[in-house]
Structure formats: structure tokens, C-alpha cells
Design a binder for this molecule. Structure first.
Ligand SMILES: [Zn+2]
Length: 194
């Protein structure tokens, strides 16, 4: 059978320059795109790598497992899932909905799926209710680490440049908020999730 991803990759070649780079897309003209169009250079798309390298880490090397073991980073313990936060953030608040064990979204059963939906909604609302939060974005990118993590990111109110799906790129460029401020908000979120 023809590999559909091989077909996809072949089709894309006609849209790349000699170095394998695509042209900038319309997103570069978005009002909320973090970079100015001039000088932006897309990375080349190289050969496919199949099978893909295993990016998973054992539980002993997993940052999510380490965070789950820290009382200050653990915000809520559910049936099979939990809510944690990273040690620092440049945003108003960041939470991660994760499994208590070192497992992936692929491993959850129907009950855990339902718990995940509830926790995403409750965590979203808890962050949205924090003073100074304009909006809250939810995403799931973790595929390699081997530990389920749904990211919930709270944007500062009125900072319109940070709106939308580029919020994590902005978060990476901006300085962390003071730890005491972040810790105080964690108490509010913990209480809201209890
Ligand atoms: Zn883990």
C-alpha cells in the first residue's frame, strides 16, 4: 500500500525552493504573529525519517514525574489524572493536566477520558477566573516524552499581541513573573480545583 505520508511529502516538494524551504504563509501577516515578516526564513523540510526516533524518556528522567512528586507544583490529584504547574512562567499562570502514572493520552480508558475532559474545563475556568487574565489557551503537544500533558496557559489581560496560538512563543521570549506572585496564584488555583 502507498504510504500516505510519502505521497504528502512528495507533493510538498513542488512548493519548496532549492534549499527545501517553503514560502512564508499567511500566518506571517496575522496581527497576532510574534515576528515581523521581513527577515523571517523558514527552515528547510528534509528527508522523512521512518521509523521515527523514539523520543520517550523513562519515568526516572521525566520532568512531569518529577513535578508530580513536588508538593509545591502539584495543584490537584484526581482519580487517574492530576494537575501540576511548571516551576516558573512568564505568563499569568500555566497548568498542566497530566496522568499520575508515566503514561500517554493513548493509554487512557473511557473513565480517564471523561476525567480529562472535566479537568481541562475546570482548570481552564480556574485560570480564567484569576485577576489580570485576558484569556486561557489549551493545547496538547506532548508526543515524545511519554507522559500525558495538556497545557493550560493564561494570557495577561489587555496584552493583545499575545492573543491566540502563538502564546507559547511569546511566553518563551518574555521574563518569568516573580516567584512569590506565581506561588500565590497557585494557591488560588489549588483551592478552585479542590
Ligand atoms: Zn513521567
Amino acid at each position: 500500500m502507498t504510504d500516505p505520508a510519502h505521497v504528502w511529502h512528495g507533493r510538498v516538494q513542488h512548493h519548496l525552493d532549492a534549499a527545501g524551504r517553503p514560502a512564508l504563509g499567511s500566518m506571517a501577516d496575522w496581527e497576532v504573529f510574534p515576528f515581523e515578516r521581513d527577515g523571517l526564513v523558514p527552515k528547510p523540510i528534509g528527508e522523512r525519517v521512518v521509523p521515527e526516533p523514539d523520543r520517550s524518556r523513562p519515568a526516572e528522567q521525566c520532568g512531569t514525574c518529577k513535578a508530580l512528586a513536588r508538593e509545591d507544583l502539584l495543584l490537584h490529584t484526581g482519580q487517574r489524572l492530576a494537575v501540576i504547574r511548571p516551576g516558573g512562567t512568564s505568563l499569568m499562570f500555566v497548568a498542566n493536566i497530566t496522568s499520575q502514572q508515566h503514561e500517554r493520552l493513548d493509554d487512557l480508558d473511557d473513565d480517564a477520558d471523561a476525567e480529562l475532559g472535566r479537568l481541562v474545563a475546570r482548570t481552564y475556568r480556574a485560570l480564567k477566573a484569576l485577576p489580570g487574565v485576558g484569556n486561557v489557551q489549551v493545547s496538547k503537544w506532548e508526543n515524545g516524552g511519554g507522559h500525558l500533558s495538556v497545557n493550560v496557559l493564561a494570557r495577561p489581560l489587555g496584552v493583545l499581541e499575545l492573543r491566540g496560538s502563538n502564546l507559547p512563543i511569546w511566553a518563551d521570549m518574555l521574563p518569568n513573573i516573580p516567584q512569590a506572585e506565581y506561588d500565590a496564584r497557585a494557591e488560588v488555583v489549588r483551592a478552585a480545583l479542590a
